[in-house]
Design a protein around this ligand. Structure first.
Ligand SMILES: C[S@@+](CC[C@H](N)C(=O)[O-])C[C@H]1O[C@@H](n2cnc3c(N)ncnc32)[C@H](O)[C@@H]1O
Length: 218
């Protein structure tokens, strides 16, 4: 517990002192390794991500949804790495005009589609099987969301460039990421690419912590 509190203190302090994060990170410079789709498939089949439906695991979703709705009423949202589309539950009360979720794990997408038949039938929601590193659509969105997945999608700058044409004018990237020194490196790189509209940290009594943000790429 003392160690976890110490870690959180360092993570929070490193938000505006990147040198501290660099100093304290254990495996400095280590690359992010994307897990293969088979591992995600198995974990979804085993129910590992059932916990993501629990209210105490979704504070970051609710905060990001509120940040989005505050700036874009009835937002159009594309979520990459959407899993079972749980983020839609946080958006729902903000009456999104459109939510498209893309994930490369078939069991996750199928479960999501089973969960939201009415929303899919009405055209409000679409859950698609696709690789988030290469997904394309002619549709445009107010926000492209990466929730707890950006570290699995390859180099950050080309990824954001890839999704730029899918952003409507004035659109933004929405981000949630587990609060930890290694992913925070990616946050600093994303920050450098645009204007930060909102940036906040959610801490939970059980020890969870997420960075939640929206950034308008330049
Ligand atoms: C930790 S889960 C987060 C799910 C959801 N975004 C949320 O916040 O509840 C990470 C998700 O990223 C997906 N993912 C990882 N690499 C991907 C890729 N290359 N293309 C699409 N989805 C990917 C996984 O299948 C998984 O559903």
């Amino acid at each position: 517990m003392v160690y976890l509190r110490w870690r959180r203190f360092i993570e929070m302090a490193s938000l505006d002192r990147p040198w501290l994060g660099d100093l304290m990170e254990k495996r400095k410079g280590e690359a992010f390794r994307a897990a293969p789709v088979e591992r995600w498939d198995q974990e979804y089949r085993d129910g590992v991500y059932d916990r993501l439906h629990r209210s105490d695991q979704r504070h970051h979703h609710r905060l990001l949804a509120a940040m989005i709705a505050d700036r874009w009423p009835s937002p159009r949202v594309l979520e990459i790495g959407a899993g079972e589309g749980v983020f839609f539950e946080a958006l729902r009360n903000h009456r999104p005009a459109r939510y498209v979720g893309v994930d490369f794990s078939e069991p996750a997408v199928i479960t999501g589609q089973k969960r939201l038949p009415a929303e899919i039938a009405s055209g409000q929601v679409e859950l698609l099987l696709g690789d988030g590193r290469a997904f394309r659509t002619d549709e445009t969105f107010d926000v492209v969301v990466f929730s707890e997945c950006i570290e699995h999608l390859g180099e950050l700058e080309p990824l954001i460039e890839h999704y730029r044409p899918m952003l409507a004018p004035g659109g933004a990237v929405g981000l949630t990421m587990w609060l930890s020194l290694k992913p925070l490196r990616l946050w600093r790189r994303l920050k450098a690419m645009g204007e930060v509209h909102d940036e906040a940290v959610v801490n939970t009594p059980w020890g969870g912590g997420w960075l939640v943000a929206t950034v308008g790429p330049r």
